[in-house]
Design a binder for this molecule. Sequence first.
Ligand SMILES: Nc1ncnc2c1ncn2[C@@H]1O[C@H](COP(=O)(O)OP(=O)(O)OP(=O)(O)O)[C@@H](O)[C@H]1O
Length: 536
Amino acid sequence: MLIDIRSLSGCSDEAKELYRLLRRPNVQALFSAHDSVALRDYEPVLPPMPQEIPPDEEATRTVCLVKNKQPLGATIKRNEITGEIFVARVIHGGLAERSGLLHAGDRILEVNGFVVDGMEPEQVIQTVQARSHGTIMFKVVPITERPVHSQTMLYMRAMADYSPQQDPSIPCADAGMGFQRGDVLEVVDQTDALWWQAKKLPSTGGCAGLVPSANLLRRKQREHWWSQPYQLHSCTQTLSTVEEEDMMSIDDKCVEADEEAFDSEEGEFSSSGGLYIAGFRRSLRHCRRRSHSTTQPSCSTRCPASTALSSPYEEVVRYQRGAGETHRLVALIGASGAGVNELRRRLIASDPDHFQGATPHTTRAPRSHEENGREYNFISREVFDNMVYNNRFLEYGEFQGSLYGTSIQAVKDVLTAGKICVIDIEPNAIQAVRTHELKAYIVFIKPPSAERLRETRQEAVITNDYHANRPFKDQDLVDLEEASRRLESHYCQFFDRVMLNEELGPSTAQLLGAAQQAQDLPQWVPAAWIRPPQES
Ligand SMILES: Nc1ncnc2c1ncn2[C@@H]1O[C@H](COP(=O)(O)OP(=O)(O)OP(=O)(O)O)[C@@H](O)[C@H]1O
């Protein structure tokens, strides 16, 4: 009811204005619609409760649920000795959980009047499923002591793939939830040591699904690994003697041709319009191929894929860089020839006051046009070895008798100067850049299909094991697509962004946007970066 207050003494202008607004027909209609909706009764009509409850059944509870085509959201199990049927778990967000009337551990006596003791769980499920909608009546003996759920919300990045349909050990495949590496899961229930409940993000509400706990998934991975026919790990494969011998003989032949190409390339790289863009991807790519015979750390300590094997989930949190914090490192990764270096150069050139590469270290002698600390930090082999020994490099290797490496300090120098450091890395360096200090945002540069490559790479040149700077051939395009596919399938869980490099202009703009978003928008990052390990 609205009383006209305008004639009252002391009525302010604001009160009069409010009265006028509330008197408007559209506002009045809104109130009227609200009142009529609020007065209606939307509760389902439940069947009457049984009149007489026998004295020996006092401890039982009758639960009526109204099913509207959605599943019940609970799994059941049978005590193999007594044949009694129990609620095994109640799925988060499902009908049973939302009712608040069924709990894990409740013993089910009857479903819709059928006594279920001694039935196979599948038969009980069939009885429940017989009604896709309408009411289902359970007679249950409630569990006396319900476990206390001290549930804190937890987010995990999946570091392994999982499919409930292919897992014979899941208690109920229909209640399972599949996921792929890189998916972020909201874990809503960890009460069970073996089966957690989770939702995949972005979540649209609804029911959680069963996923294996970290321990269980790790066990499954080990079992799967052992059941595979023996094959060399991809990291160790490069060590195979035959391949190494092959490669050495071919490399020996091509080194002379390469050397000149690398020289001219570095010159061109270094001085475009007075802008010095440090980087040595091509030289390093070659030295990486020899690095296995030097002091490179072993696969088990540095290869990110093997770490993923021991830890199938990675706890993540939402992180937004604070105003006073240094920028996040932007690390580009991609198959050789995908355009990683080209895009990195273009990004830096687009705004050199904002983006910068990390100056690498080398043991080779400086050339006439080079300045220490600009193209490279020129150091002795002894100092280099010392840095390797003290784990100062993100990655390093040997090329034509000289050592090259990107140090952690070189990246930090750029970051502390207030710039965004942009580097390119090989998969072996993924772990080294995913740290609390560098908080790397990893962008995977993906080539388009071989057909699209043929159209867009007409001017492009390739540098591979055998040739420097020659036009792409058809086979190169097919190989590039395949190498990229393998790289992505091995390491996709570590990528923050996958970027298709079709045409240079749009790709550079897209990379610029991604590099900026990494700094300005909240992102999922490993919880360990934010919460020091001793507190976790
Ligand atoms: N989108 C594109 N359109 C046309 N040409 C491209 C595109 N991206 C890269 N290129 C060209 O393809 C060639 C290879 O690119 P780039 O040198 O960046 O490869 P890379 O991924 O860094 O591999 P590598 O380490 O072997 O150099 C270069 O000639 C580059 O100019």
